[in-house]
Design a protein around this ligand. Structure first.
Ligand code: ZN
Length: 263
């Protein structure tokens, strides 16, 4: 059993790699490479839920990547937010790649975290996804991509724990569960791109629901006379990407959702 003294000593001297258990490092080079070492890929769960945006992932959800995500999320190894944010930033950049030739007109990239259940955040004592999103935005800015976090989504009703549900049940569980905070349409209208970010995508149900909530917001708040020229560039532009113009990026996704693994 772990005691408080062990948690405290982890802060001072990381006991072992969160990915593989190798001693005296928070994250060894091999596990770091598993997380951020390869180019992010487009991922598509099967079946693909309706309304799922184009999603890129940094790594398959297994082995060291799974262990590192869980160490940060469930065991509060907060020092891992940096490497996890860097991995997420890579997935965001891969989604934005076709636009690289467009120059500075692309505007600010808004990272919108898919929200965790308020009860889970309370139980963990921190909001892992929001922390990772801030680390990813900082990493993107360091690379010259203007990025900021807009945590505008929230749960409007409780959802059941997804882990025991199949794809169809997950979709039913989360459909209509998210909403954007009132007045956030103006914030989103001022950004160039909206990228929904999450730590893990399995069936895609949560990501599709987040895209629906953003789409509903931009539809309901456009044409209301608020906003300005930025409205024209808002996410609900089918020319930009996907059905609602929103992109998705995750750190990890089910191994079989990577297109590269399919014949
Ligand atoms: Zn390791």
């Amino acid at each position: 059993m772990r005691g408080w003294w062990q948690d405290l000593s982890d802060l001072v001297l990381p006991a072992q790699c969160a990915g593989c258990g190798r001693s005296r490092t928070a994250l060894c080079t091999r596990c770091s490479a598993a997380l951020c070492g390869s180019v992010s890929s487009r991922v598509r769960p099967r079946p693909e839920p309706q309304g799922l945006p184009v999603v890129h992932a940094a790594a398959p959800y297994r082995d060291a990547v799974r262990a590192v995500l869980l160490a940060h999320k469930e065991r509060g190894a907060l020092g891992l937010a940096g490497p996890l944010g860097a991995a997420l930033a890579g997935a965001v950049r891969e989604g934005l790649t076709p636009e690289r030739g467009e120059g500075p007109g692309s505007g600010v990239v808004a990272l919108v975290p898919v929200p965790s259940a308020p009860g889970a955040v309370r139980a963990r004592g921190h909001d892992p996804m929001r922390r990772i999103a801030y680390a990813a935005a900082a990493e993107l800015r360091r690379a010259g991509v203007p990025a900021r976090v807009l945590a505008v989504l929230r749960q409007r009703r409780a959802v059941a724990d997804q882990s025991a549900l199949d794809a169809r049940q997950r979709l039913a569980n989360v459909t209509g569960a998210l909403e954007a905070a009132g007045g956030s349409g103006g914030l989103l209208a001022e950004v160039g791109r909206i990228v929904l970010v999450d730590d893990l995508m399995t069936t895609g149900a949560s990501m599709a629901e987040a895209a629906r909530a953003i789409g509903a917001l931009t539809r309901s708040e456009s044409g209301s006379g608020q906003g300005g020229a930025g409205r024209e560039r808002c996410a609900a532009d089918p020319e930009i990407a996907g059905p609602s113009g929103v992109l998705g990026a995750v750190i990890a996704a089910s191994p079989d959702s990577f297109e590269i693994n399919r014949n």
